[in-house]
Ligand binder design. Sequence first.
Ligand SMILES: [Zn+2]
Length: 81
Amino acid sequence: MFRSILENWLQSSINQLKSNVSHRRITMIYYEVLCNSCKKIFRVYEGSLKYKQFKERKSRTFCCDDCGHKIRIEAIKNFFR
Ligand SMILES: [Zn+2]
C-alpha cells in the first residue's frame, strides 16, 4: 500500500518535471523586429547576438538573416572588385 503511494507520487513528480521542460522549450523568448532592408518582420530569439543588441539598444537598424547574408556577399564582391 505504502509502496504504491510512493510510486504514484514519484511518477507524478517525474511527469511534472517533464512537462516543465517541454513547456520551457515551447516558450522561447523573442522580439519581432522590422528588417531594415526588405521591410519584413522577423524574429530574434533569446541568446542570439541580435537579441542582445536589440535589448541593449546598441543598434537601431536590423536586417534579417537573409538580408544579412546578401549584404555580406555584396561586401565581399565589392572588396574584390
Ligand atoms: Zn530582410
